[in-house]
Design a protein around this ligand. Structure first.
Ligand code: ATP
Ligand code: MG
Length: 219
C-alpha cells in the first residue's frame, strides 16, 4: 500500500527533515504517526500524497514507484486517498454539505445517494444543524469535522489524517476515533498523525515515531 525505502525529505535549499526512512504499510493497517511539533509528521504525510517528492530513496504507492509517475496520474492515485489536512483546506464559498459531497461528485455518485449520505455522516459528526452553513461561520473544531467527513465520505482505500482531533474536546475525539475504527473495519487503511499522547495510549494501534529526523516503529 505505502512503502518507503531509505527516503530523505527536504524542502528546497533547507536541511533534510527526514533521513533514511523505511517502512511498509500493508493492507488492513491502522497506525499512528507521532513526534514533537516540527518533527516532520505533516511532511511525511505530504510525501505520501505526493505533495512533495523525496530527495533520496524510493516511495511506492499502491504498487507503483512514484518516481516514474506522470503529472496526469497523480490525481488518479490521490483519488484512492482521503486526506484530512492540518489546516482543513475547506472550500469557503461552498456550504458544509457541498464540501463533503465533493469526493462523491468526483466519483459520479448518484445525486439521490449524495442527498442521503452526506447529511447522515454530518449528523454523526455532530454537524446536523450546520448543513447549509459556510465553513467560515464555523468554529475550528467544527471545520475540522467537516474536513474529516469530506475525507471519509467516499470510503477511501487509504485515509491520511493530520491531527484530526487537534481542535475538539475528548468526547468528540472519541467519536471521531470510533468513526475511523469503523472505516478500518470495512477495509480502509488508516494513518493518523498526532502528538496527543492520550490518544496513543487509549487506542492500542502501532505507532510510527519521528525523532531526530529518523522514523522508529513500536507495537
Ligand atoms: N513548505 C515548507 N518549506 C520549508 N520548510 C517547511 C515547509 N513545511 C514545513 N517545513 C519545515 O519542516 C519541518 C517539519 O514540519 P512539519 O510541518 O512536517 O512538522 P510536524 O511534525 O507536522 O509539526 P506539528 O506537530 O507542529 O504539526 C519544520 O521545521 C518546518 O519548519
Ligand atoms: Mg503537522
Amino acid at each position: 500500500m505505502v512503502r518507503f525505502e531509505n527516503v530523505e525529505i527536504r524542502y528546497r535549499g533547507k536541511e533534510a527533515i527526514l533521513t533514511d526512512v523505511s517502512f511498509d504499510l500493508g493492507e488492513g493497517n491502522f497506525h499512528f504517526l507521532t513526534g514533537k511539533s516540527g518533527a516532520g509528521k505533516s511532511s511525511l504525510l505530504k510525501a505520501i500524497y505526493m505533495g512533495i517528492f523525496p530527495s533520496k530513496g524510493k516511495i511506492n504507492l499502491f504498487g507503483r514507484d512514484i518516481s516514474s509517475i506522470t503529472k496526469k496520474e497523480i490525481p488518479e492515485i490521490r483519488r484512492r486517498m482521503g486526506i484530512v489536512f492540518q489546516d482543513f483546506r475547506l472550500i469557503n464559498n461552498l456550504t458544509v454539505r457541498e464540501n463533503v459531497a465533493l469526493p462523491l461528485r468526483i466519483f459520479g455518485t448518484k445525486s439521490s445517494i449524495i442527498r442521503r449520505h452526506v447529511p447522515e455522516l454530518l449528523e454523526w459528526v455532530g454537524l446536523g444543524d450546520h448543513l447549509d452553513d459556510l465553513p467560515t461561520s464555523l468554529s475550528g473544531g467544527q471545520q475540522q469535522r467537516v474536513a474529516i467527513a469530506r475525507a471519509v465520505i467516499a470510503r477511501p482505500v487509504l485515509l491520511l489524517a493530520d491531527e484530526p482531533t487537534g481542535n475538539v474536546d475528548d468526547t468528540i475525539a472519541d467519536r471521531l476515533l470510533y468513526l475511523f475504527k469503523e472505516l478500518h473495519r470495512t477495509g480502509t487503511n488508516i494513518l493518523i498523525a498526532t502528538h496527543n499522547e492520550n490518544l496513543l495510549q487509549k487506542f492500542d494501534y502501532p505507532v510510527l515515531r519521528i525523532e531526530d529526523r529518523k522514523l522508529s516503529f513500536s507495537d
